[in-house]
Design a protein around this ligand. Structure first.
Ligand code: DC
Length: 240
């Protein structure tokens, strides 16, 4: 197992539900999911960090997505790290915390091309499933409700238009330049297209997912909607 030991998991974590949160790039899965997990005292895992860290290592070492034999061993070098609340929001590679590096523009550009490699995806499946085993977890990604945890107790799909997502990203980066804002939108559309059209585990809305449309929502409203969906499922699970 290549995740760090879980420090002080929340008292409710072990009894809680398994929650899948999927959605496109910059739909807020990670920030919304982590905040919902904090409120519910669930663990949280941002699975995009695994793909990002592998892509970062591959770029560092000059390994192309097509070079599968060289790419595959990188998966074992990537370690998710839990914060004090048991949220897996940091990643180590090459023996150091690279959470900041993996969110850089180079990785943004390249990560979809690495994450569509079927062999790499297959190598990462058991690691993600192992994490969900004891329940009390919100796991965010692209294929969590469809492929990784098809039996999740709650499936949430966060949707937002490309324009809204690009606007949020531009705000995050402090960008005021219109050309740069257009570039962010183009890049998001390009990644959406690769993530949704790849052959293995494309981004799809699971048939049993609750779709939360976040255009025009505040962060608080979206977190509230996610927490409400999970609490409703917890209530239903108690009366079953
Ligand atoms: O959510 P993110 O932008 O950090 O994800 C980075 C990349 O990883 C993105 O191109 C899609 C891919 N990814 C994936 O294919 N499956 C996941 N479960 C999570 C992320």
């Amino acid at each position: 197992m290549t995740t760090s030991p879980k420090p002080d998991p929340s008292p409710r974590a072990a009894g809680g539900l398994v929650v899948a949160v999927d959605g496109p790039s910059s739909s807020g899965k990670s920030t919304v999911g982590a905040e919902a997990a904090r409120r519910l005292r669930y663990r949280f895992c941002d699975t995009g960090l695994l793909y990002r860290a592998v892509a970062w290592l591959a770029l560092e070492r000059g390994i192309a997505p097509a070079d599968v034999p060289a790419l595959l061993p990188l998966a074992a070098e990537v370690v998710l790290v839990a914060d004090a609340r048991g949220r897996l929001r940091h990643v180590e590679a090459d023996g150091r915390d690279v959470t900041h590096e993996v969110r850089g523009a180079d990785v943004d550009r390249a990560v979809s091309d690495y994450s569509k490699v079927p062999e790499l995806r297959a190598a990462l499946v058991p690691r993600q499933r192992d994490l969900a085993g004891e329940g009390g977890i919100i796991m965010a990604g692209r294929d969590i409700g469809t492929v990784i945890l098809p039996d999740a107790d709650v499936k949430i799909y966060l949707s937002a238009s490309a324009e809204e997502r690009a606007r949020r990203r531009a705000v995050q980066r402090g960008t005021v330049d219109e050309t740069e804002a257009d570039r962010i939108l183009d890049e998001l559309r390009r990644r959406d297209s690769i993530d949704s059209s790849r052959e293995t585990a494309p981004l799809r809305i699971a048939s049993d997912a609750v779709v939360i449309r976040t255009d025009g929502n505040s962060f608080e409203q979206t977190v509230g909607a996610v927490v409400q969906a999970i609490r409703a499922a917890e209530g239903a699970a108690r009366v079953r």
